[in-house]
Design a protein around this ligand. Sequence first.
Ligand code: CA
Length: 353
Amino acid sequence: MNIIKLILFSAVLILVGCAARSGEQQGENSERSTSAPKKLVIAHRGASGYLPEHTLAAKAMAYAQGADYIEQDLVMTRDDELVVLHDHYLDTVTDVAKVYPGRSRVDGRYYAIDFTLDEIRQLSVVERFGLIDGVAVPVFPDRFPLGKSSFRVNTFAEEIELIQGLNVSTGKSVGIYPEIKSPAFHRGEGKDISAATLKVLQQYGYDSKDDLVFLQCFDAGELRRIHDNLMPALGVSLRLVQLLDTSAEYREMLSEEGMQTLATYVDGVGPSILLLVAPDSTASEVKATKFVEYAHAAGLQVHPYTFRRERNQMPPFAKDYDDFLRIFVDLVDVDGVFTDFPDLTVRYFESHQ
Ligand code: CA
């Protein structure tokens, strides 16, 4: 075969491949639009039940297990890069104290913001639930062993490229679910983490509510600033999610009126599961709070956290992981779940929807 024929043959193969793939995607989309809204599987820090959280390995595994969205917690480095880490300390999940002794602050913690990206790239990431004070955590007996294999901290851009790359190579459409961490802390350090996050999102094509991204934050004031100022200034409009926990600062948001107010600047809420069921619920009588009813009346999606298979991570009235999902998805009627175990959650949804 001469070289021209070979090139033509390759071009035909590529074109046929593209046609088949877009056909598949259309089929998938039309199927979704005719059925009930799909409940979302959101991979909490990746498939973090199986691999150290927020590593690219954990994200690839979540992708392969069929997650709809994959979560990124974001903090900034000294040289203004966004890295994917659950909190702005490096000492919980890396060997920073060994690699950079003496670089902690007076509180003894090692802050990501005191290190450059190049410095952070030298660190090894380890399993969060592997050891506490040198002792294996008995409540997480089956998590990835501490200190085994080799994992690194990655940037937000690298993780987006991984997920978008997999979307190309598999033909699937998996979304991202970034969380802006500690905006007030970052501001105190002279950095605008929200502006930096929006810039990266825009650079990678996330600029409208139709794009596969939810941007989440615990800080209500910051979400308002993103909604009222930052997004209009950039000409983008993304879906925002207010995170809530059981602390007093969120109490006002839990009322019917509070949810209506939330709906003026966010599209969804990410509550702790503890806000959705009454603590005196039992296996025979699960009592939902008014949370989901009020949220849905305000047009807000509800994506609670965190769904884990470990017995002591479930409410006592759930019999097992499937029952845990049944209670929150079928009875409480949430719209998606943050889970450390995407595979178990996908399996449940496939057999119950
Ligand atoms: Ca998070």
